[in-house]
Design a protein around this ligand. Structure first.
Ligand code: HEM
Length: 424
């Protein structure tokens, strides 16, 4: 299938989904994301049951929330919808292997959540981002200047992963030559069978997480002994709400992994997704060439279009009415961000990338409420800087072959995007 057709669902796919009894629709099947065939599934739920109950699935019974307004309703009501009780992913904690016991502030409710978040959030606050921007620009430019012009290569590895690795190493003040370890640990963390639908090697995962824990334990001790700095490890090691985690390995590892995964998969896949989208909609690429001032809005639109985090899960702490349905205390509620971002009532022609879309920023890719993505400004800055530097150098980053996507119902991941560069 060519890049241009990639997101168009055939009539037969739409018909097939329409024939499934509504109560059996299961949007959590990882292959839907690998094949990129999820659109008619979510479209049907948004149309017929934006709050939908599935009584039985690989992940047990769960509610799917698929319209933009229902996603917002759950996301902004943290008093009823807990991140702590059952975790934030559709796969239950017990299905997360070695990380079942790890806790991070994204899996805490108030009042425990905010003080821990506040320990590290200054690292990605606007003031610090202004200081970081020149370094990120220099690192982005260096990557782009060393790309193999005239050859076909994998954009994901050479640009998306490399830039994200460099940025993460900067944020953690992590040994620069070991930066790819951060990517490896992050990739392994999100690869569990209930999420990927594949037979992941859990022994290899255990060894990698042990390596991660030991590396950060040592760095933490070193930073704790030095005066506080503006990197994530130093801020955790000195933060009032987090410094005691040196004696709580699961909490320490949990927060470190959160900060690695939070900044890795998401930004990486926005970079890859952006290239795919501009190739799929060449008229938008032309708009960008004519008007590079659209880059900041385009970044929001790319984050909406890609939706790097497919879902977030909550657990109801009490009975509640939502969209005319009664959710019971203890029920698992899954907010499908990917679907909220395709809601035609908010985003006309929602499957299309439109780099000047007036309300692109209303996307739900960063979530809302107390857990709203802590790194959202950093991610936007990184993407803006990268696209500014790309447009200085290349007329087009052309996708020249098949795009490979990951089998994963949590992270909307892209593994391979073969491209050729067309310099000015
Ligand atoms: C395009 C890029 C990104 C996307 C789409 C994204 C998406 C998200 C989402 C959906 C959440 C959960 C919100 C909720 O519960 O509803 C989240 C939380 C979080 N993100 Fe991001 N993220 C991105 C980049 C980053 C970066 C660069 C960092 C920096 C390290 C980061 C760090 C975090 C952290 C620490 C949290 C937890 C916040 C909390 O629980 O208070 N993210 N992100």
């Amino acid at each position: 299938m060519s890049v241009a057709d990639a997101s168009l669902d055939t009539t037969s796919e739409v018909d097939a989904v329409d024939k499934i009894p509504l109560e059996e629709i299961d949007v959590s099947q990882p292959h839907l994301f690998k094949n990129d065939s999820w659109r008619p599934w979510f479209a049907r739920l948004r149309r017929e049951a934006p709050v939908h109950y599935l009584a039985d699935s690989e992940n047990g019974p769960f509610w799917s929330v698929t319209s933009h307004d229902m996603v917002m309703a759950v996301n902004t009501n943290h008093k009823v919808f807990s991140s702590e009780v059952g975790g934030i992913a559709i796969a239950d904690r017990d299905d997360q292997g070695e990380l079942s016991k790890a806790v991070s502030f994204i899996t805490l409710d108030e009042p425990a959540h905010a003080p821990q978040r506040n320990s590290v959030s200054p690292a990605v606050a606007p003031g610090n981002l202004m200081d970081l921007e020149p370094l990120i620009r220099e690192r982005a430019a260096d990557i782009l200047d060393h790309l193999p012009v005239g050859e076909t290569f994998n954009w994901v590895d050479k640009v998306s992963v490399e830039l994200t690795a460099r940025m993460l190493a900067t944020l953690f003040d992590f040994p620069y030559d070991r930066r790819r370890d951060l990517i490896r640990w992050s990739d392994i963390t999100t690869a569990v069978p209930k999420v990927t639908g594949e037979d992941n090697d859990m022994e290899e995962r255990k060894a990698a997480l042990m390596d991660c824990a030991m590396t950060f334990h040592q760095l933490w001790q070193e930073r704790a002994a030095q005066p506080p700095k503006f990197d994530f490890i130093s801020m955790l090691a000195h933060g009032k709400a987090t410094k005691h985690h040196i004696n709580d390995p699961f909490m320490m590892l949990g927060n470190i992994i959160l900060l690695i995964v939070g900044g890795n998969d998401t930004t990486r896949n926005s970079i890859s997704g952006g290239v795919i989208a501009l190739n799929q909609y060449p008229e938008e690429y032309q708009k960008l060439r004519n008007n590079p001032e659209l880059i900041p809005n385009m970044v929001s639109e790319m984050v909406r279009w890609q939706t790097p985090v497919i879902h977030m899960r909550r657990t109801a702490l009490e009975d509640i009415e939502l969209g005319g349905k009664t959710i019971r205390k203890g029920d698992k509620v899954v907010m499908w961000y990917l679907s909220g971002n395709r809601d035609e009532n908010v985003f006309p022609d929602a499957d299309r990338l439109m780099i000047d879309r007036p309300n692109a920023r209303h996307h739900v890719s960063f979530g809302f409420g107390v857990h709203r993505c802590m790194g959202n400004r950093l991610a936007e800055m990184q993407l803006r800087v990268l696209w500014e530097e790309i447009m200085k150098r290349f007329k087009q980053v052309e996708v020249v072959g098949e795009v490979e996507r990951l089998s994963n119902n949590f992270i909307r991941g892209v593994g391979h995007v073969p491209v050729r560069l067309h310099p000015h």
